[in-house]
Design a protein around this ligand. Sequence first.
Ligand SMILES: [Zn+2]
Length: 143
Amino acid sequence: MIQHDCKYCRADEKELSPLMTHVTDLPASKVYLWKDQTYYGRCVVAFNGHKTELFALTPSELEQYMRDVALVAKAVAKASQCQKVNYAIFGDTAPHLHMHVVPKAPGKPNWGEAFVLMPSATRESDSVQAAQMLELLRTELIV
Ligand SMILES: [Zn+2]
């Protein structure tokens, strides 16, 4: 089910590109690399279909979505060499179910505390580094 006023449902590359880059599609989700790479390797895993809460998913949807999230987290951990992956579902202003998968490490931003959702809306991430991460994640996730 698609909701036409929802950016995740529309999945329009042009509309999403200021915030994120499409990595790949998994069985229950679409995977995006977050443009701001303050947390190198940060991704979003957006559920296929307009559901707004985990409890709205059927048991099999929930199982597949969590499998997708775990697969992405494993790829992010390997590609970023982080020490810990953080997970967050917010959605106050974009309620379509999507999970932020955020690598963290000692000495890196916000280690030991919550990551910042929009750490530097005006700062350009290193595009070479971001392209390398995109390549690493695609290698891990696309079989
Ligand atoms: Zn939606």
